[in-house]
Write a protein that binds this ligand. Structure first.
Ligand code: LLP
Length: 427
């Protein structure tokens, strides 16, 4: 059964009616399905196992930025997941949720010295280094601490991920990684630095990829580079292909995790058999959206209906500060009334109360609506809550995780007082 489905004319998360959740916790509220997150994680873990991988030869490092609630991290950590982080804040979250630092990899173009120190002191698995300057800084910090930093170089394979320009990261024009042509030289530098141990190679070409062809093309380029490095005795122990698999928002039909991983492992196995006598290389993945995206909805209530001559607006209690994706990327999210009723459907723009014309959640949706109705904004589990803000001094939404017929509050709704508690009036 799908994890969000209509039961007795009411949309439910697992077996919990969303009406009950709204009554208990109010709106707007993010609602996640524990079973959906589990199933999505296991689609990766099982595909690894079915392709002959063990925990020593494959690791899923969930991309924390997509949904960083402690309950989500704890659940994934219990399932065996590692974590891809981009800040010390994310590292502290992972640790607070019981994540294993030895399964943490640290990505990002702007790591500060303090962030490097914190990560080194916890013994994370690997830094995904994105520039020569970062490499020198990391070596110096590690030496100060009398430690060695394990690194991968994030290379930019210059493949077109064919996705939204804001979430495409593998082209030369992007700020991420180092150009693949420069990688050999930078690896040589890395191998010569006393505070650095070269362990891997990394790339991440973009997000919401529907086809795995660009990922497999990137893999080919990494393989070529690994062979060149091997000829110089620079041994690469793991290959990190990044995240990026897309999800269905509307009806995109992305490649399945199973098909993608099977094709990827097949390529790797053929290459290792030909060139390395079958000695395996560990493979890392950094998925975010494909694990949590379709495991969450944003539950919101219609405050006002404002029909007009040009457009009809349904003003709801969630806004761009809660779900930024439509305003930022013109992203499409499905909208469904929680209680199914018969009536005349009209075309509505679903908008929030924030004072910006860009504050819309969905446009031109044909729905039968009345004031007070509950709506579910679908596919909101990834880059929803984590990208939310307090604009207009709006407290962030509550977060609830449903497990069967039980709803757990996993983050309280923010109160206005909390929003200005850190501020001070001049003496
Ligand atoms: N690894 C790295 C280095 C990344 O930069 C990202 C996402 C991921 C992994 C996870 O990618 P995923 O599997 O989720 O596609 N805010 C945008 C998405 C930005 C993605 C940033 N990087 C959105 O709402 O669509």
């Amino acid at each position: 059964m799908p994890h969000f489905s209509i039961q007795n004319r009411t949309l439910c998360a697992e077996t919990q009616p969303l009406t009950t959740i709204a009554d208990e916790f109010g709106t707007p509220t993010y609602v996640y399905s524990k079973a959906a997150i589990t199933e999505n994680y296991l689609s990766y873990a099982n595909a690894c196992r079915e392709n002959g991988r063990t925990e020593h030869t494959a690791l899923v490092c969930y991309s924390v930025k997509s949904n960083s609630n402690l309950a989500v991290l704890h659940l994934l950590s219990q399932l065996g997941s590692g974590f891809d982080i981009v800040s010390s804040g994310e590292l502290l979250r992972v640790l607070a949720a019981g994540g294993d630092p030895e399964k943490v990899i640290f990505s990002g173009v702007g790591k500060t010295r303090d962030e490097m120190r914190l990560a080194l002191s916890h013994g994370i698995a690997c830094f995904n280094v994105e520039s020569t300057s970062e490499l020198h800084r990391l070596s110096a910090v590690a030496i100060e601490m009398q430690l060695t930093a394990s690194i991968s170089l994030r290379v930019n394979p210059n493949v077109d991920a064919k996705t939204h320009p804001y979430i495409s990261t593998g082209l030369k024009e992007n700020k991420f990684g180092v150009a693949i042509e420069d990688a050999l030289m930078i690896y040589r530098t890395a191998a010569s630095l006393p505070g650095i141990r070269v362990v891997g190679i990394d790339c991440h070409i973009g997000s919401q990829l529907l086809d795995d062809a660009p990922l497999l093309e990137a893999l080919d380029k990494l393989i070529e580079l690994i062979d060149v490095l091997a000829a110089e005795d620079i041994v690469i122990h793991h290959l990190d292909i990044g995240g990026g698999l897309g999800i269905d928002y509307e009806a995109e039909a992305p490649v399945t995790v199973g098909d993608y991983l099977t094709r990827l492992f097949r390529k790797i196995d053929t290459w290792r058999a030909e060139k390395y006598g079958g000695v395996p290389i560990k493979v890392l993945f950094e998925p975010g959206r494909s694990i949590v995206g379709n495991a969450g909805v944003l539950l919101t209530r219609v405050e006002y209906l404002k029909p007009g001559s040009e457009k009809n607006f349904a003003i709801v209690d969630a806004a761009m500060n809660d779900l930024m994706r439509p305003a930022m990327y013109q992203a499409w999210h499905g909208v469904q009334t929680v209680v199914q009723r018969d009536g005349e459907a009209v075309v509505w723009d679903i908008v929030g109360p924030v004072c910006e014309s860009g504050d819309w959640l969905a446009r031109a949706r044909t729905l039968f609506l009345e004031e007070g109705d509950l709506l579910a904004i679908h596919s909101a589990g990834a880059y929803g809550m984590t990208m939310s803000s307090n604009y207009n001094t709006r407290g962030r939404a509550a977060e609830v995780m449903v497990d069967g017929n039980v709803s757990h509050l996993i983050r309280q709704r923010e109160t206005p007082e909390q929003l200005f508690a850190l501020e001070k009036i001049l003496p």
